[in-house]
Ligand binder design. Structure first.
Ligand code: THU
Length: 161
């Protein structure tokens, strides 16, 4: 028997001014997308902006439903749309931002487990890692490789093991 350890590292930016130029724009697009979220139940509006390798930005927002589980998160709306429109184009980065009662959160918001699963599946289809940026008003967290968000993941190899 032996103990094993997995650790991850991430970057903390003290504000949007510290972000790379293309990610500053990605954060702006994520905020615009959050504005159009349909979140009458939680009042928690999330925006996600996906930067593709061809330079295009695809955005999504959360879409809630009176039958609660029928709703879907912003990240999956954006990623599934990107995959539907540009199935062969890699994803370089994703920015995520959230507003509660129309106020931007101070701290970064991180994707739920289902979205992590979908993000890592997208990454596994391409060569380059997907960078993630969680935008909070006071600080921002960045991760250089989406798989760090989901250690010990269930993936296509799991189906054959
Ligand atoms: N939500 C997202 O869209 N993305 C996340 O990363 C976390 C949660 C949505 C789902 C639901 O509409 C609302 O936020 C509250 O959970």
């Amino acid at each position: 028997m032996k103990q094993k350890k997995i650790s991850i590292s991430f970057t903390e930016f003290s504000g949007e001014a510290e972000l790379p130029e293309d990610i500053k724009n990605l954060a702006i697009q994520a905020k615009k997308a959050a504005d159009n979220a349909y979140a009458p139940y939680s009042k928690f509006k999330v925006g996600a902006a996906v930067l593709l390798a061809n330079g295009k930005i695809i955005t999504g927002n959360n879409q809630e439903n009176s039958a609660y589980p029928s709703g879907i998160c912003a990240e999956r709306v954006a990623i599934f749309y990107a995959n539907a429109q540009y199935p062969k184009v890699a994803i370089n980065a994703i920015a995520i931002v959230a507003f509660h009662n129309n106020k931007e959160l101070n701290s970064p918001v991180y994707p739920c487990g289902s979205c992590r699963q979908v993000i890592t599946e997208s990454q596994s289809k391409q060569k380059n890692p997907i960078k993630l940026y969680f935008i909070g008003q006071k600080f921002i967290h960045g991760i250089d490789d989406a798989s760090h968000m989901l250690p010990l993941e269930f993936d296509k190899e799991s189906l054959n093991s």
